[in-house]
Design a protein around this ligand. Structure first.
Ligand SMILES: Cc1cc2nc3c(=O)[nH]c(=O)nc-3n(C[C@H](O)[C@H](O)[C@H](O)COP(=O)(O)OP(=O)(O)OC[C@H]3O[C@@H](n4cnc5c(N)ncnc54)[C@H](O)[C@@H]3O)c2cc1C
Length: 221
């Protein structure tokens, strides 16, 4: 359960941008296409790797090859830190010093557990597939027993987490406001291009509903 800030989730720089409520944290995790997973390896070296995630309720699912290092470490009980980021805009100030970005980001701390029950494996696999392209799990062939055997699915409780959100225009110093330098915000968003069919696509297979149009996260309702 996310709640009030913990000792390690309390935002120090610009604390007014921090949020710890479940709804805010869930919304950002659902919209962020990818996350970055951080842990400390057996040699004591910090590691951070980008990966796909999906949220179901208060659980964050991660997955990958059983041979991959992050999942082996997390399965063995390594504490994990997951960060997900959405960039909403470039904040261009008059001064280089005050340039910034508008963003929504989340940090989750915890330990992962391996998902082993067939029902939860299916739930997690569907959630990850739908996170990437909402509706895709209903269209794709889902994993076979052997494919599940090759894959490690991990569940991280979203129990100790923070969000940080910056919005609005640049914050230049008063003495710079009169400078003849453009300042403002350039909004940015993730945009899909036109879908390119696989060259070996069977004849007559139409564009699936999940791409007509591609929209994520799944619209509410
Ligand atoms: C796209 C983007 C660009 C940024 N660019 C810069 C930059 O160039 N320079 C810079 O100093 N900062 C930048 N930030 C902000 C940065 O993420 C940190 O918030 C800041 O550097 C340090 O904050 P702090 O001292 O509170 O950190 P800490 O005291 O180390 O953080 C304490 C806790 O606050 C929470 N927290 C801190 N930051 C975030 C966050 N962004 N999202 C969710 N939870 C958070 C975490 O739970 C963390 O454990 C950027 C953020 C984003 C999303």
């Amino acid at each position: 359960m996310t709640g009030p800030a913990s000792e390690r989730t309390r935002v120090h720089r610009h604390p007014e941008r921090g949020a710890y409520d479940r709804a805010t944290i869930h919304t950002i995790l659902d919209e962020a296409l990818i996350c970055h997973v951080g842990w400390v390896d057996e040699e004591g070296e910090p590691r951070v790797l980008p990966t796909i995630h999906a949220r179901v309720g208060d659980t964050l699912y991660l997955h990958g090859s059983r041979a991959a290092r992050p999942w082996r470490a997390l399965r063995a009980g390594a504490p994990v830190c997951v960060a997900a980021t959405i960039v909403d805009g470039l904040v261009l100030a008059r001064s280089a010093f005050n340039h910034s970005m508008n963003y929504r980001s989340v940090v989750v701390y915890g330990r992962a557990r391996e998902v082993t029950e067939p029902e939860e494996l299916d739930l997690a696999a569907r959630a990850i597939t739908d996170h990437v392209a909402p509706g895709r799990a209903a269209e794709a062939r889902m994993p076979t027993v052997d494919e599940y055997r090759q894959t490690l699915l991990l569940a991280v409780p979203i129990a100790e987490a923070s969000a940080k959100i910056r919005t609005g225009p640049p914050k230049d110093d008063a003495e710079d406001l009169g400078l003849p330098i453009w300042a403002g915000v350039l909004p940015l968003r993730l945009a899909a291009g036109a879908a390119k069919p696989d060259p070996s696509l069977a004849a007559g297979v139409p564009l699936p509903p999940s791409l007509r149009p591609y929209r994520r996260p799944r619209p509410a309702g």
